[in-house]
Write a protein that binds this ligand. Structure first.
Ligand SMILES: Cc1cc2nc3c(=O)[nH]c(=O)nc-3n(C[C@H](O)[C@H](O)[C@H](O)COP(=O)(O)OP(=O)(O)OC[C@H]3O[C@@H](n4cnc5c(N)ncnc54)[C@H](O)[C@@H]3O)c2cc1C
Length: 421
């Protein structure tokens, strides 16, 4: 059976000494939480933190420092090193597979499960953490079979165990950097120099979050400003005011989630109404929670503070009036772009960069046709024959967990057809 992504880690205990307001601390906290690695956090200025540092010959300037229960220590320089140190499965066990999947969100995990359970030697590469965007959801209410909802981390854990049970190899902290056809299939080159070959590929790399792109706000990333993260930070926001930027379902879910612990949740929505982007069930839920205030037609234009976020400047988009409000916590959920930067120009895309597949590939007669063969493309096949796309990365996908899971599963059936099994 293939190694699970957490084989060597299970049972270990970690202590992290890091300043809560340092960006490096946020990266570590998010990485460990997303990979479901339990740890104890200690401020470097607390007595326990000072003692741990001194006992191991470190100073506050060396933080963040990780301490293992076995006496090992680490000053992490990047996520890959951190992943290796905590014992995640970061290297493939072979260099050749039947099916290679890029992306460990719902689409990729469904493909891994079906690929492995139907006899394909299957490997999945995930650059960050299994679960993808869905892993960040506090409560997924619209996924079939879970009438009371399920948290993203619970769904992820179930998917991971199920895929591993069938022998799928899940590799964490490995980023696909380039894909090229070979005589017998494809080679995927990864950022750390590893190359993996496979007879077929499913691209399930989903979408990457947009940031506000306001320099004064970016300055506070991880120090009061957070993107698409709620689960990790929520315990720290207890009793505070929380600002949420965005008007789609992910922002709505976060508002509901924070309302259970924050003093007040203020949603800042650029559109004139939540109905523009949000599902009706969520709007009704938000309207029923007195602690949530929805401000429409408003945008963030500036931020200020000393060591962390202290004030936001908001602008009314209709009148142009600006106001400054005290704010310590800002969570932005403002959309995402397709994660296709690692694929070259032989993959046809729509005007927003999402991959075109199957019947959506316009078959143009002559040399302009993006499809190179005389047979028509299979349903989820990209313009590179034998490479399929599933989930949010695909054009005309509904950007829902159920759609991603369905497409991931269906892509495996098409892979079988392509391979002639
Ligand atoms: C906060 C939040 C709440 C949501 N709530 C709901 C909900 O309640 N119901 C619902 O139906 N939908 C919800 N969604 C949407 C849903 O999560 C997405 O539609 C779904 O996750 C898409 O799955 P995916 O596998 O296609 O892509 P993703 O989930 O985006 O996963 C793609 C994965 O690929 C990885 N990756 C990208 N590039 C590379 C690379 N080069 N190499 C290796 N790995 C790579 C990424 O790190 C990521 O883990 C929510 C989304 C968010 C952000």
């Amino acid at each position: 059976m293939a190694p699970t992504p957490r084989d060597e880690h299970d049972g270990a205990e970690l202590t992290v000494v890091a300043d809560m307001w340092s960006p490096a601390c946020t990266v570590i906290r998010t990485f460990l939480a997303r990979n479901e690695i339990a740890c104890r956090w200690v401020q470097p200025t607390d007595q326990a933190g000072r003692e741990l540092l001194t006992d191991h010959g470190f100073t506050v300037a060396d933080t963040p420092v990780l301490f293992g229960s076995d006496g090992r220590t680490l000053r992490p320089t990047d996520e890959e090193q951190l992943a290796q140190w905590v014992g995640l499965h970061t290297k493939p066990t072979s260099d050749s597979y039947d099916l290679l999947i890029v992306g460990g969100g719902p689409a990729g995990m469904a493909a891994a499960l079906y690929g492995a359970s139907e006899g394909l030697r299957t490997i999945l590469l995930e650059r960050w953490a299994i679960g993808g965007q869905a892993g960040l959801s506090s409560s997924i209410q619209n996924y079939l079979g879970f009438p009371d909802g399920i948290s993203g981390s619970d769904l992820t854990d179930r998917a991971r165990r199920q895929a591993c049970k069938f022998g799928a190899e899940l590799v964490i902290s490995l980023r696909a950097d380039h894909l090229r056809p070979t005589d017998h299939g494809f080679a995927v080159h990864c950022t750390d120099g590893i190359t993996i070959t496979a007879r077929s590929v499913i691209v399930a790399s989903g979408a990457t979050f947009r940031t506000l792109d306001i320099p004064s706000v970016d300055k506070f990333n991880g120090r009061g400003v957070f993107y698409f993260s709620a689960l990790t930070e929520a315990p720290l926001c207890s009793g505070s005011d929380v600002y949420i930027v965005g008007g789609a379902n992910s922002a709505g879910q976060a508002a509901v989630y924070f309302a259970s612990c924050a003093r007040r949740v203020i949603m800042l929505v650029r559109a004139d109404s939540l109905a523009v982007e949000m599902s009706t069930y969520l709007i009704e839920q938000i309207e029923a929670i007195p602690a949530i205030e929805v401000r429409t037609g408003v945008e963030v234009v500036d931020a200020s503070g000393d060591t962390h976020l202290e004030h936001l400047t908001l602008r009314d988009r209709t009148t142009g009036a600006v106001e400054q409000v005290p704010a310590t916590w800002l969570f932005a959920f403002i959309g995402a772009d397709p994660a296709t930067e690692w694929l070259d120009g032989s993959f046809a895309r729509d005007d927003r960069g999402y991959l075109l597949t199957g019947p959506d590939i316009a078959i143009v007669d002559g040399s302009d046709s993006p499809w190179p063969l005389s047979r028509p493309p299979l349903h989820l096949e990209t313009t590179v024959p034998g490479v399929f796309a599933a989930g949010d990365v695909r054009a005309f996908n509904g950007h829902r967990v159920a759609g991603a899971v369905g497409e991931g599963s269906m892509a495996v059936m098409l892979v079988h057809k392509f391979l002639g099994d």
